[in-house]
Design a protein around this ligand. Structure first.
Ligand code: FAD
Ligand code: SF4
Length: 489
């Protein structure tokens, strides 16, 4: 059997063809020298790789080198490689296959195959590739939450029951998530990262206790904990933010599934089982299943389908550099309570749920015309679950509209009103979400109108933006707004 070269995000048993297959793993440090990753992310990836190597014992040849090439030069055997998760890594494998005996195999760790997606997309002529259609097709194909040809309970979508504003209470009152306990491998990783820092490698964010799974056992434990304690509440408050409740009812499983420690269909099976046994309502279970086999797989496939250039899109000509306080995850750089909170969350844990990512961090950048490629790089480095394949569609497409509307027909930009409805931040903020003018004008509200104003011509040709542009044209104080915000004109 060929030795399987495993990348650092191919760590579960499904990435081997047999339990005793020989393995090659290369811990290449040059990637850490090139740009500053969040300290907790670097810790998690190294810890997960080393834990996997410890499980594999003599079966693995584990090399610590500067580059992959240096590691590969130490191995003569024929290799097999599963399709990696980024264009640059794919090119490396393709070049390698021209130079030596390398068997290339399809990717694993996603609910649907690239061939399935391509057939689905080609059947639509590559146009109108809507997530909802892909998701329904996947539900049918994988027979998830189906009764014959129909969705269970007669509906595909429970959004009307989900996505409520937060309750009046400070927290959802759920138990604290079950966190892993660090061990000797973590202590060694911490020591190695300290040494690298002394040698000049830079990280951002706080060194943490490790909160996310580094082993399959920890990932399965985290899945059980989610299903038992948070899944029943998941759908209802999926989009809400509570200052005192960072995790709310989210699964916190993205890092585990992206490292390959748990299979997305295992997550789905566990959630569906909770529905079938009456432990979680359909609205929550369907909401979670939609995230995993809908959004996650859809984003993965679009990364490849839209091609390598997609990531470089900048249709709105957004060329402002990210400010250093943002790059350094320094919440002192802003007085906006919601932004301060989201940035603190990233600094302290390398995680925030999808609404702070989309409607606070991404929205702020979009309104200010920050460069989408710099922002993509920032998300990739700063988040515990950030990988190249997630960045293009999520950041360039969904968050920054830098693809000109390929992924979302309308930009995800909103004013303070949205944040005020969906969070409890505004009450404790120096700004007023209702105000766009004056000293206490909310930067999101002012930013929203000025973003529309900057792209007025483009958006007036977009029928989904017509109402917003009509409202902009009726604003009595646009001139004053422009005068107060020369940077956003
Ligand atoms: C601007 C932006 C950047 C993002 N960057 C990342 C990223 O780097 N890595 C990442 O895994 N997710 C990313 N997401 C998607 C989503 O925010 C995270 O997957 C989620 O917040 C992780 O927390 P969770 O595991 O508790 O998710 P839950 O809210 O519990 O959702 C369940 C699961 O659905 C999957 N999922 C849902 N939406 C997406 C999506 N759009 N793309 C990929 N997976 C999805 C994840 O695996 C997640 O674990 C991003 C979203 C936005 C808007
Ligand atoms: S008032 Fe504006 S800046 Fe302050 S928390 Fe609300 S939305 Fe954020």
């Amino acid at each position: 059997m060929r030795r399987r070269w495993l990348f650092g995000d191919q760590l579960g048993p499904l990435f081997l063809d047999a339990p005793d297959q020989p393995v090659l793993m290369i811990e290449a440090h040059s990637v850490l020298r090139r740009r500053p990753f969040h300290r907790q992310k670097a810790h998690l990836v190294l810890s997960a790789m080393r834990h996997r190597a410890a499980e594999l014992g003599d079966q693995v040849q584990y090399l610590v080198t500067d580059t992959y090439r240096e590691g590969l030069a130490q191995v003569d055997e024929p290799l097999s490689v599963l399709q990696p998760t980024s264009w640059p890594a794919l090119h490396l494998v393709d070049r390698l296959a021209e130079e030596r005996d390398v068997e290339r195999l399809p990717a694993r760790g996603y609910a649907t195959s690239r061939a399935d997606f391509n057939a689905w997309a080609d059947a639509r002529g590559g146009k109108r590739l809507l997530m909802e259609d892909f998701y329904r097709d996947s539900r049918r194909r994988l027979d998830v939450l189906m009764e014959g040809a129909e969705p269970v309970e007669g509906r595909w979508n429970f959004d009307t029951e989900n996505r409520e504003p937060p309750p009046k209470s400070a927290t959802l009152g759920l138990p604290e998530p079950s966190w892993p306990v660090e061990d000797d491998i973590d202590a060694q990783v911490r020591e190695d990262l300290d040494r690298l820092e002394r040698e000049g490698v830079r990280f951002v964010g706080e060194d943490g206790p490790r909160r996310f799974a580094a082993t399959r056992a920890e990932a399965l434990n985290a899945l059980d904990d989610f299903v038992e304690n948070r899944l029943p509440t998941f759908g209802r408050y999926e989009d809400a933010i509570l200052t005192e409740d960072r995790w709310m009812a989210h699964s916190l499983l993205s890092a585990s599934v992206n490292l390959g420690l748990v299979d997305p269909l295992e997550e789905v099976d566990a959630a569906v089982e909770a529905y079938r046994s009456g432990e979680a309502p359909i609205a929550s279970v369907e909401g979670f299943v939609r995230q995993v086999i809908g959004w996650r797989d859809y984003i993965w496939h679009l990364y490849w389908y839209l091609g390598e250039e997609y990531r470089g899109g900048n249709e709105l000509h957004a060329d402002v550099d990210l400010p250093s306080w943002f790059v350094e995850l320094d919440p002192a750089g802003t007085d906006a309570a919601c932004l301060k909170w989201a940035l603190s969350s990233v600094r302290e844990t390398a995680w925030a749920h999808h609404i702070p990512r989309l409607m606070v961090l991404g929205n702020y950048a979009l309104q200010r015309g920050w460069n989408p490629q710099q922002l993509t790089d920032w998300f990739h480095r700063s988040f515990i679950d950030g990988y190249d394949w997630v960045m293009g569609p999520n950041v360039v497409g969904m968050s920054q509209h830098a693809d000109g509307g390929v992924l979302a027909t309308k930009p995800y930009s909103g004013g303070g009103n949205y944040i005020n409805t969906m969070s409890d931040h505004c009450g404790g903020c120096v700004y007023n979400p209702k105000k766009r003018l004056g000293e206490d004008a909310c930067p999101f509200t002012a930013g929203y109108w000025l973003f529309l104003n900057r792209h007025r011509e483009r958006f007036s040709r977009n029928h989904r933006m017509r109402r917003a542009i009509t409202s902009l044209e009726r604003l009595p104080d646009l001139d004053q707004l422009v005068a107060e915000n020369p940077d956003l004109v």
